[in-house]
Design a binder for this molecule. Structure first.
Ligand SMILES: [Zn+2]
Length: 153
């Protein structure tokens, strides 16, 4: 059930609970992809990030004429979730315009690993194939600072 955001436009927050299926997460990711802003690369990506509490946050890539300013769909969803107070995540589902299932870029891997180093990642390609990884496999040596109180600031 969507309880925040504008359907079809932007981030969604779902309180459907942890039982929300990967299929439902794919629907959220596909809705987000439709709102991707990618006039330069024409590569549209949508993400659905499920927190450990079961809430789901959508994200889309948002490009900019100053290319470095753009943000990937994965970090877009992460920022929405963290802004809502989430700190722990269970699953990320991706859809993109790529033929093969696309893996998160290195920057997104690092960003996600801050909160969920063993995050389950499922990606759907346009060819109908699905890939699944653990973030720990995609980023085996994350950068970390020894900050024991980082979640209690
Ligand atoms: Zn990225």
């Amino acid at each position: 059930m969507v309880r925040a955001g504008i359907p079809g436009r932007g981030n969604f927050v779902s309180d459907a609970g942890a039982a929300l299926s990967t299929r439902s997460l794919r629907n959220v990711a596909e809705d987000a992809r439709r709102n991707a802003y990618a006039p330069y690369s024409h590569f549209h990506v949508g993400a659905a990030l499920r927190s450990s509490t079961g809430n789901v946050y959508g994200g889309a890539n948002v490009e900019n004429a100053s290319f470095g300013v753009g943000i990937c769909a994965e970090r877009s969803a992460l920022v929405a979730a963290v802004t809502a107070g989430e700190r722990d995540f269970a699953e990320l589902v991706l859809v993109s315009d790529a033929t093969e299932p696309a893996a998160p870029c290195g920057v997104c891997r690092q960003a996600l690993s801050e909160f969920a180093p063993a995050l389950r990642i499922v990606s759907h390609g346009m060819n109908g194939q699905t890939a699944e990884w653990s973030l720990a496999d995609l980023l085996p040596h994350q950068f970390k600072l020894d900050e024991p109180n980082r979640f209690t600031e």
